[in-house]
Design a protein around this ligand. Structure first.
Ligand code: PLP
Length: 371
């Protein structure tokens, strides 16, 4: 089987079984005051330190959550609470950001969506025309889960902070984490969301970076875990696996190879008169529009041949009304013919050469059937 839907999730990394043993040994409640509890707490703190250092953040700036959807909900809900004014959100947010924005809108908050350029990046002129002295919160996805393009968060955050230092800046870093070289200090954001299962960790664990000095209300009240902001007994196995996977991913993510695989596929499929969405900043995701076919049928045909590809984000693929592709100017017909191929550390060039040949054959077959 060739798995080319790594933006939806990834295969757990090979060393997670060692972590299972560790988590089984340290099954104690991290809040317990006896030695075993304290040791369990300590290994969680080590894991927090690992995640923090890979982000270029401080240990006490990382708050574990159950997933990036939760991190995004926390950022939107609590980052805005008690603030008057408007919020500005990019049109390429993942559903977990977009739906939070819509929820705020339904509560009467002035929500302004910033447009995208045709290459999928945020239209900075439009963004800054929508931000004003009443903007309390801005959210811009770092790397698009649809097109894979990168937004220049550090430039944007710096500009926002220069004019409006009190505006909270959030970025969804799920698809960027460990795939690009950056650190959160340079990025200059206040809040940043990440998820473990996109980098070889388990599903059900994520984190929210909250810049030191920024106070946001708790997400969950209770026993006071996560420095009082996100109560609930810690997911010890999830947290340890997150740190282990992050170290593994950092070590094994071969950016040049990923780029080479993407380039090979893009160049070869381009011969079939397809349109590549996005720009050169994308490397782990290849979004392609194939005129004259229904992507869903192609996906089924490829799945029969044991090649798994996506149709856009797993969430948007349930309803083929792809908001992000539509925001970059694709027509409903083009969206119907769009696929998302996403590469990961378990893919190699041999797989890609084979998959490209099969994808080409199936496209030709499909177009032949239609004519
Ligand atoms: N943000 C982005 C950009 C994503 O791609 C995803 C997952 O598809 C999420 C957020 C949600 O992550 P999780 O599955 O951890 O809730």
């Amino acid at each position: 089987m060739i798995f080319l839907d790594n933006a939806s999730t990834t295969k757990p990394c090979a060393t997670l079984s060692d972590i299972y043993n560790l988590a089984t040994e340290f099954y104690f409640n991290p809040s317990a005051l006896y030695g075993e509890g304290l040791k369990t707490k300590n290994i969680i703190e080590e894991a927090r330190k690992t995640i923090a250092s890979l982000l270029g953040a401080e240990r006490d700036e990382i708050y574990f959550t159950s997933c990036a959807t939760e991190s995004n909900n926390w950022a939107f809900e609590r980052g805005i609470k008690n603030k008057k004014g408007n919020i500005v959100v990019s049109s390429s947010e993942h559903a977990s950001g977009y739906e939070c924005a819509m929820m705020q809108k339904s509560k009467g908050i002035d929500v302004r969506f910033a447009k995208l350029n045709s290459d999928g990046t945020i239209d900075e002129d439009d963004l800054f025309s929508k931000i004003d002295e009443n903007t309390c919160f801005v959210s811009i996805i770092h790397c698009s889960n649809e097109t894979g393009v990168l937004n220049d968060i550090s430039k944007i955050a710096e500009k926002i902070k220069k004019i409006y230092p009190r505006t909270i800046v959030h970025s969804d870093g799920v698809q960027a984490f460990l795939k690009y070289n950056y650190n959160l200090k340079e990025l200059g954001v206040d809040l940043y969301s990440i998820s473990a299962h996109k980098i070889g960790g388990l599903k059900g664990i994520g984190a929210l970076f909250i810049r030191r000095g920024l106070t946001i209300p708790p997400l969950l009240s209770g026993g006071g875990q996560e420095r009082g902001l996100r109560s609930g007994t810690e997911n010890v196995f999830g947290i340890l696996s997150f740190a282990e996977a992050a170290k593994f991913y950092k070590q094994h993510y071969n950016r040049d190879l990923i780029l080479q695989m993407r380039r090979y596929m893009a160049e070869n499929l381009a011969l079939l008169n397809v349109k590549i969405n996005g720009n050169d900043s994308a490397h782990s995701i290849l979004s392609i529009t194939i005129p004259g076919i229904k992507a869903e049928i192609l996906q089924h045909m490829l799945s029969d041949k044991k090649i798994l590809i996506g149709l856009g984000s797993a969430c948007s693929s349930r309803s083929r009304n792809n908001r992000v592709l539509s925001a970059i100017g694709l027509t409903p017909k083009e969206i119907e013919g769009s696929i998302r191929i996403s590469f990961g550390i378990d893919n190699d060039l041999e797989q890609i050469i084979y998959a490209t040949r099969i994808i080409k054959e199936e496209i030709v077959k499909l177009r032949g059937n239609i004519q």
